[in-house]
Design a protein around this ligand. Sequence first.
Ligand code: KMT
Ligand code: NI
Length: 180
Amino acid sequence: MVSAWYMDDSDEDQRLDHHKNPPQPVDMKDVVNLTGVLHWKLNIDTYEGDGMLDKIKKDRGYNYEDVIEISPEKLPNYEEKLKIFFSEHLHTDEEIRFVVAGSGFFDVRDAKNDSWIRIKVEAGDLLILPAGIYHRFTLDSSNYIKAKRFFVGEPVWTPYNRPADEMPARLEYLASVQSN
Ligand code: KMT
Ligand code: NI
């Protein structure tokens, strides 16, 4: 199962779990309700033929696809990229990642109280972060992840670092979660 929890406030190594003491887990269905994040667990051994991923791609209109592999050896400017990924930001489009190997953490803000929810992803997790959500990504201590990225049309990966509170994508996002 994918797992998620509210994070502690410590500045320690971002690759650690950062559980609160005592831990404060969040059900994925609550993450969905609180943040608008979508999640599917696909079968990593059969996803190429079982039609689940194809159906999601078709339903959501994803017609662009590539692969990102993050490790010191595989990703050019690794350290710099990790800093960018871990700076709190939003995008004007969905961020769609399907993890095919390795693991990592997507941190998303609970819009109600602005606290961080940490979502641990591993092979088989398909995560969709809505446009306008404040979030960040880090590797965990295994230091490796490989993920497919999807997009509708020509991809735009531009991060807008917080604060970006007046951006239309942000305002639309807030309106969408408040109506939940
Ligand atoms: C991003 O945009 O944060 C990334 O592509 C890094 C994470 S992909 C598993
Ligand atoms: Ni992002």
